[in-house]
Design a protein around this ligand. Structure first.
Ligand SMILES: N[C@@H](CCC(=O)N[C@@H](CS)C(=O)NCC(=O)O)C(=O)O
Length: 264
């Protein structure tokens, strides 16, 4: 059986889980505790040297990178197809996947770690904080996390992250004015790739900031939440501790983000 190394709230792992569940592919989850640092375990690093989830083990074939995993699952389990039929929509789907990887994922990570996960990091001793950052193999990632743990929403990189997410929602609105889904009129890998990020904006209490400007995004998100894959891929994985971490977020965060948007 396929084995997915994942994390409960991990946006990238959710991309993989959505595709597995949309395609009714049986799989076993090996859930890593990312806050406890399971991703730095040498046995896991041997599978994924980037020290991130998800990682897919298909009978010994190790596949990393969430967008690659999604497309691998499409190749190995082509039915039901999550590829748009025509090449133009297919190209649009690939652009969404690329945008998520290049821009939306780091921007969302910046925002989530500056708000939800910062208190847990700051509660560590200075030595443990330094050790935790040092373990991250990717220098850019390490610098980004160090900046948001130090300054929270005041870190200068937060401004770029908020603008990137603003552009995402507005571009989704534009596309959804003429089609039911992000890459044509059928659900595709593009929708699965963007879902965890829209859901994270929702969980951070931020999606409402675009209620007036992006009504189609709200319709799309409602339709996504009603799909049979949403609960088992996202909601059912949340632990009490995950929910408590999101609930403990400072209530003024949405206003702070709105201020950044208004200052643009
Ligand atoms: N480009 C990678 C990014 C994976 C990634 O950043 N995963 C996060 C969870 S969404 C992670 O494992 N973080 C570990 C950490 O925070 O140390 C992918 O798409 O698979």
């Amino acid at each position: 059986m396929l084995k997915l190394y994942d994390g409960t709230t991990s946006v990238c792992a959710i991309k993989a889980r959505l595709v597995l569940i949309e395609k009714s592919i049986p799989f076993e989850s090996e859930t890593l505790d990312l806050r406890a640092g399971d991703q730095f375990d040498p046995a896991y690093l041997a599978l994924n040297p980037n020290a991130v989830v998800p990682t897919l083990d298909d009978d010994g074939a190790i596949i990393v990178e969430s967008s690659v995993i999604m497309q691998y699952l499409e190749d190995t389990h082509p039915e039901p197809s999550l590829l748009p039929e025509n090449p133009v929509d297919r190209a649009a789907m690939r652009i969404w996947l690329k945008r998520v990887d290049d821009v939306i994922h780091p921007s969302t990570g910046t925002l989530t770690h500056a708000t939800v996960y910062r208190p847990g990091f700051l509660a560590l001793s200075a030595e443990d904080q330094a050790a935790r950052l040092e373990k991250m193999p990717d220098e850019n990632r390490r610098q980004r996390f160090a900046a948001v743990y130090k300054d929270g929403l005041d870190a200068p990189i937060v401004i770029n992250a908020v603008h990137a997410l603003n552009r995402l929602v507005l571009d989704m609105q534009k596309v959804l004015e003429t089609s039911d889904f992000l890459a044509g009129n059928a659900y595709s890998l593009a929708d699965a790739a963007v879902t965890p990020y829209a859901n994270r904006l929702f969980d951070l209490g931020l999606l409402g900031l675009w209620a007036m400007e992006a009504p189609r995004v709200f319709n799309w998100f409602s339709a996504i939440r009603e799909r049979a894959s949403f609960e088992p891929a996202i909601v059912d994985y949340l632990t009490e501790a995950d929910q408590a971490a999101f609930r403990a977020m400072e209530p003024e965060v949405p206003m702070q983000i709105k201020t950044i948007l208004d200052e643009a």
